[in-house]
Ligand binder design. Sequence first.
Ligand code: GLN
Length: 384
Amino acid sequence: MNYPNLISSKLPNVGTSIFTVMSKFAADNNAINLSQGFPDFSCSEELIGLVNKYMLKGCNQYAPMAGLMSLREIIAEKTEDIYSAKYDPETEITITAGGTQAIFTAISAVIREGDEVIIFEPAYDCYQPAIELNGGKTIYMQLKAPHYLIDWEEVKKVINYHTKMIIINTPHNPSGSIMTAGDMAKLEKLTKGTEIVIISDEVYEHIIFDGYEHQSVARFPKLAERSFIISSFGKTFHATGWKMGYCVAPKKLMAEFRKVHQFLVFSCNTPIQHALAEFLKNKKNYAGLGIFYQKKRDYFISLIKDSKFTLEPSSGTYFQLLRYNGISKEKDTNFAVRLTKEFGIASIPISAFYHNAVDNKVLRFCFAKKEETLEKAAEILNKI
Ligand code: GLN
């Protein structure tokens, strides 16, 4: 059938997300899937039991638009406890359908035609399309391999009258780098006296290693007053498929966020919110997450220490970058495809996190996996 051409794409350069592409490719090729970031072990049975309990209790209708009050209250407590920052659960915390929805909502609430948004590459893939859909212009800054740190002098040079937003991400996906208090001080200085809004993507806030403390913007009042902070229960509780997260922001920003949120999703899963509110009361349920994943990182690294890949240990997130310039000159996308097809192991090529496909011969591997999965993966990697 011949269909009329009704629309021209609003996102002409966007294809299917690399995470979906690689996970499907891994499945089609029966490969070990260390590409898309998700645990291959179960989340807490207690938490599953709580969801079940609240479903059976009849908590199955709409939650309040901004989220269940008991959950917002415990988030406020946790945020104050860890970062010494006070957020009013009534007006400054909203439960979202995962981190990506929160990021889209915050960008939509703020960005207008012609506004400039600074992001740092390699960058998580959901920022740029949301900016573009809202008529904004993405300004790409580069994090330099192998340490992927921000060059604040360069940032200073691109800030101008049109700069409306800066999106930061710590711990950083895909590189595993983390921002320091020094970074935050520089960001504070750069944004002082401006109307720049910050989105701080902190979905890996509890997955940080080697004794470092997560530098949430919430710790810095002058930054917090202009920031949307995004967090994710999927990462913290090994339940990425539940698509639950939250956003905290000062009242004025949050009021605008909620205007968009209510027409994007209205409200989020009710029984899961009840369960999370109860589960979060026990700090042990998230306090040990850094140690838990540090062990996995260390195990994975120790298993591949004699391979031809090279690496800097990840400082946070559940991703480890591996360089393969000692193995092949192939483009990272081609190499990732070949590893999946010929060797049976899937990863994410880092060029996918750049608008212009910068290829540094680096692949991202997710180590949120059972020991046996990591062992099988390492056995393969050691042969390459
Ligand atoms: N955050 C996950 C990752 O980086 C992917 C989430 C998704 O597939 N949208 O792999």
